[in-house]
Design a protein. Sequence first.
Length: 79
Amino acid sequence: MFRRREPVPFAFVAEADRFRSNVTPPPRERLSRTQLAARSLVGLTVVAGLAGALLFGMPALQPSKAPAKSQQSEASEGR
């Protein structure tokens, strides 16, 4: 009926699946307007930073056209 499990070094870990509490946790406190505004501002800042990085990074990711004249140093011109 009951299968024996592997030995566990701590007894409370082995009994954790059998434990059921009848105590309900207290309700979560509601965020104040200041906390809500602060979290929204942080989220907006993160999103704006990612959008800005994408906006400024896209030109660097575009394949550029090959230059018409290959770049050489002035020292190699006389050869």
